[in-house]
Ligand binder design. Structure first.
Ligand SMILES: CC(C)(COP(=O)(O)OP(=O)(O)OC[C@H]1O[C@@H](n2cnc3c(N)ncnc32)[C@H](O)[C@@H]1OP(=O)(O)O)[C@@H](O)C(=O)NCCC(=O)NCCS
Length: 155
């Protein structure tokens, strides 16, 4: 499996911000088997707004799940994020899955969720090497997340 960069357009990807989107695909013999996107959002920290990444979506084709592709996409995306000025990568997801892949529950680290509809254990963060202890506060999703109504869970 190869993980390669992907240049595409779309509502989330097209958001012009300080952090360029990181979009990766996994390719197998039969074509694309997985995809991950890191896009820009803001952390409303006491000192100032901080540019951060949000990991969403992550998807592996059903026929190729549980073979390590998701794990490798996350590892590669985090390595790419380390090469930027981003101090943090947030996501919504399974704490079991992402907890084994370097993410921590965000609310216990001083971060506030962007929505009450995100179960607290699902609101997670990975602190990168640029992170400093004053960088706490509320995650403010980019407008595309609200435009697409893809935040948290609905009844
Ligand atoms: C979740 C998903 C990205 C995992 O990718 P993957 O390539 O199958 O995962 P990997 O092979 O790297 O890792 C396998 C592990 O994931 C776990 N796993 C697989 N699907 C899972 C799911 N839906 N929820 C929680 N854990 C899951 C396996 O139990 C296994 O656990 P282990 O590490 O304890 O052995 C993939 O199943 C998928 O695309 N699901 C549908 C879309 C989705 O739910 N995306 C996540 C949105 S936050």
């Amino acid at each position: 499996m190869a993980v390669v960069g992907l240049v595409t357009t779309g509502t989330v990807r097209a958001t012009e911000r300080a952090l360029a989107p990181i979009s990766l695909v996994a390719e197998g013999e039969q074509g694309v088997t997985g995809h991950v996107l890191l896009s820009h959002s803001l952390l409303d920290a006491p000192r100032r707004l901080v540019d951060v990444y949000v990991l969403s979506p992550l998807a592996v084709s059903p026929a190729h799940q549980r073979t390590g592709i998701g794990t490798r996409l996350i590892e590669r995306a985090l390595a790419e994020a380390e090469g930027t000025a981003a101090p943090l990568v947030f996501l919504e997801g399974s704490p079991v899955y992402y907890g084994k892949r370097g993410f921590e529950r965000a609310d216990t680290l001083g971060f506030r969720s962007p929505s009450l509809r995100i179960p607290p254990p699902a609101f997670q963060v990975r602190r990168l090497s640029c992170w400093e202890p004053w960088m706490t506060g509320t995650l403010v999703y980019a407008a595309a997340f609200w435009d697409l109504d893809c935040v948290g869970l609905r009844d």
